[in-house]
Design a protein around this ligand. Structure first.
Ligand SMILES: *Cc1c(COP(=O)(O)O)cnc(C)c1O
Length: 360
């Protein structure tokens, strides 16, 4: 807990907060924040640099407030016949999208599953929204009937499902999401599906529900599969009415001209930007097998990371011992479990070796 000076009018609701974020250390193999380990292809860097140079002279002007070109390029990328520019909204990372969703729509309590993406309850808290969390089953799958009962009881304004889930990696089947979408018909509720890792999974996207179920909205990001985390681009796919509400709460000109231009270059080069997804998925499968051979229990993952348990010593000690060997992974605060991001094949070997010598 922070020590706030008396003169600081910090809100009561925030007094107990710690500053969120994973450690950012130098000179380590970074396998802790689910980034894509591959740097931008050289040709994209060149194109991006010249694009930024060409817009630099007009940086005296505000950017396109509604980011129309970018939204159109994102719609094109999704190539779903129901998705047009009107169904896309963009912001500085999907975290900003999530914050806008809370600001506009958290009109009663919000519900999410646990463990899941810890930023959802964090944004609920900082926006003054009530958060209700329902545990996943022991195998980290959704207890659908418990969720529907809870929705019936509490009438939440927002329901959050992350698929593939972070930190577990578990994928929620399309047909299960459809059941939730069906259940909330006629209620004043939105189902927000956070698909930050969709490109690493073979499951059908919840985007395909939006046409028939306008209360479903899908949150996506360019931070993971696109290897573009530093640019901060996230987006939402939804019925245009949902987007109208987000336009009320977004800050004027929230997405800079530099960001919009950079994202457009990335989207023009989707194939190149995403050329390593298959390697990452193959490595995920290989790493899971190798870790299982070491006696670990590794949760089935549709993302670019693995969540594992079944080790001695405890999480903190194993995390530290692996860090001492130069590999930074993530302790998400669930005792007995750790999460590792899939790196390059070389990085994964280094991780495996550090794990072998750290396990007791
Ligand atoms: C990484 C992550 C995000 C945030 O991504 P940004 O677009 O970088 O803000 C959102 N949701 C989940 C589940 C994530 O793991």
């Amino acid at each position: 807990m922070a020590n706030w000076p008396d003169w600081l009018p910090i809100k009561n609701a925030l007094r107990g907060n710690k500053i969120y974020g994973a450690p950012q250390l130098q000179d380590v193999v970074k396998l802790n924040t689910n980034e894509n380990p591959y740097p931008l292809p050289h040709s994209v860097v060149t194109e991006l640099t010249s694009e930024i140079a060409s817009i630099a002279t007009s940086l005296n002007r505000y950017p396109d407030r509604d980011t129309v070109k970018l939204r159109s390029a994102l719609a094109n990328y999704l190539s779903s016949k129901h998705v047009t520019t009107e169904n896309i909204w963009a912001a500085n990372g999907s975290n900003e999208i999530l914050q806008q969703v809370f600001l506009a729509y958290a009109s009663s309590s919000c519900i999410g599953l646990s463990p899941s993406y810890s930023v959802h309850p964090l944004i609920a808290q900082i926006t003054g929204s009530e958060w209700d969390s329902l545990p996943l089953k022991n195998d980290f799958t959704i207890d659908l009937s418990a969720l529907l009962t809870r929705i019936e009881e509490t009438n939440p304004s927002l329901i959050f499902i992350t698929s593939p889930n972070n930190p577990t990696g578990g994928v929620v089947e399309f047909k299960e999401l459809k059941k939730i979408a069906e259940f909330i018909k006629g209620r004043r509720t939105l189902l927000i599906v956070d698909e930050a890792y969709a490109e690493f999974s073979s499951e059908k996207s919840a985007i395909e529900l939006i046409e028939d179920y306008p209360q479903v909205a899908v949150v996506r990001t360019m931070s993971k599969a696109f290897a573009f985390a530093g640019a901060r681009v996230g987006y939402l796919v939804a019925d245009s009415n949902i987007i109208s509400g987000l336009k009320i709460v977004r800050l004027p000109y929230h997405l800079s001209a530099l960001t919009q231009a950079a994202a457009l270059v990335a989207l023009k080069n989707v194939k190149l930007m995403q050329s390593e997804i298959q390697i990452i998925v193959t490595e995920r499968i290989r790493l899971r097998e190798e870790m299982t051979k070491l006696g670990l229990r590794v949760i089935d993952s549709g993302a670019n990371f693995l969540f594992f348990t079944g080790f001695q010593p405890n999480s903190q000690e194993l995390w530290q011992s692996i860090l001492d060997k130069g590999i930074l992974i993530r302790d998400v605060g669930i005792e007995g479990f750790l999460r590792v991001t899939i790196g390059t094949p070389e990085e994964n070997e280094q991780f495996l070796n550090s794990l072998k010598t750290s396990l007791r």
